[in-house]
Design a protein around this ligand. Structure first.
Ligand code: SF4
Ligand code: SF4
Ligand code: SF4
Length: 288
């Protein structure tokens, strides 16, 4: 019987809610193991000792979260970064385009509806949002925002059976049924009514689809329902930087729309889920 911890840091609990979708698998896991800490579900205060599997959702934005994640690491066998926030920074990582002080001023002084000048000081905020691997060794990660139920089930059942989980080695394009012809639009498009061919690859039609640079395994639900892949599963397994991989994959389109493409304007789309772990983010951090 394994002792399981699940905790949410700087995220929105969406990954924990996704885990409820495990249904019978969740019941099987909870019957065969012991959920020893899960503040979203049961009252809990101190981090317990002797944790076998720790699921950490959310990234890190303040010193308290750093202490918590280090304590969990010390007390745990396997640490899993649960979802895109914990694994790569996700949407909260886009805050790193601004310096931390600039951001606090923007939110608490300059934003409409906030009381001027009242910046909370009860937690020591870090200058940037971080994936948990910036502070502790992470053994495994579950990609996605939120993660696919099948990925959660696979990771937990594999680990709890004493086996080593493997990651998906494909890209979202491998799951996508849209037709690719190798010919590209001469303009960038954003609006649904600009879609010329309902069955054709969105990137080839000029839409910013992150499928070629994103880890597969989700079944491409977004492109199948008519919208682009935004890249929520992070980089493909053999790729270090999702945005750079996407620029590489966009070569065919970029040669057609190069005058229209401003990398500064598109950097938040290239790195919507991975800016906090990106090479670009690291360069910006060093130059601050
Ligand atoms: S990865 Fe997505 S669903 Fe999970 S906590 Fe972060 S924002 Fe929420
Ligand atoms: S780029 Fe997007 S639309 Fe085109 S095949 Fe890949 S996932 Fe599908
Ligand atoms: S298609 Fe892209 S954005 Fe949609 S779930 Fe899959 S990885 Fe995430």
């Amino acid at each position: 019987m394994a002792r399981i911890l699940i905790i949410g840091l700087a995220g929105d609990s969406g990954c924990q809610v996704a885990a409820i979708g495990l249904h019978e698998v969740l019941i099987d896991i909870l019957v065969a193991n012991e959920l020893i800490y899960a503040p979203t579900l049961i009252d809990a205060k101190d981090i317990p000792d002797n944790i076998d599997v720790a699921l950490i959702e959310g990234g890190i934005r303040n010193t308290h979260e750093v202490e918590v994640v280090k304590e969990i690491r010390e007390k745990s066998g396997a640490v899993i970064a649960f979802g895109a926030c914990a694994a790569f920074g996700c949407i909260p990582g886009l805050a790193n385009f601004k310096d931390g002080k600039e951001l606090m001023n923007l939110i608490y002084n300059d934003w409409r509806g906030t009381d001027k000048g009242i910046i909370p000081t009860h937690l020591e905020t870090l200058p940037e949002q971080h994936p948990i691997k910036h502070f502790v060794k992470v053994d495994y990660f579950i990609p996605g925002c939120p993660p696919e139920v099948t990925d959660i089930a696979y990771m937990l059942t594999t680990l709890l059976n004493g086996e080593v989980p493997e990651y998906n080695k494909t890209q979202v394009c491998d799951d996508c049924p849209r037709e690719r012809l190798g010919e590209y639009s001469t303009e960038l498009k954003r609006l649904p009514e600009e879609l010329d061919d309902p069955d054709r690859c969105l990137l080839e039609q000029g839409f910013f689809c992150m499928g070629p640079a994103t880890m597969g395994g989700c079944g491409a639900p977004c492109t199948q329902s008519g919208t682009v892949c935004e890249g929520c599963r992070g980089s493909c397994l053999d790729v270090d930087d999702q945005g750079m991989a996407m620029i590489d994959a966009m070569t065919g389109l970029l040669t057609k729309i190069k005058d229209e493409f401003d990398p500064d304007l598109y950097s938040a789309m290239l790195y919507r889920f991975t800016y906090a772990e990106s090479v670009l983010g690291e360069i910006a951090r060093r130059n601050r």
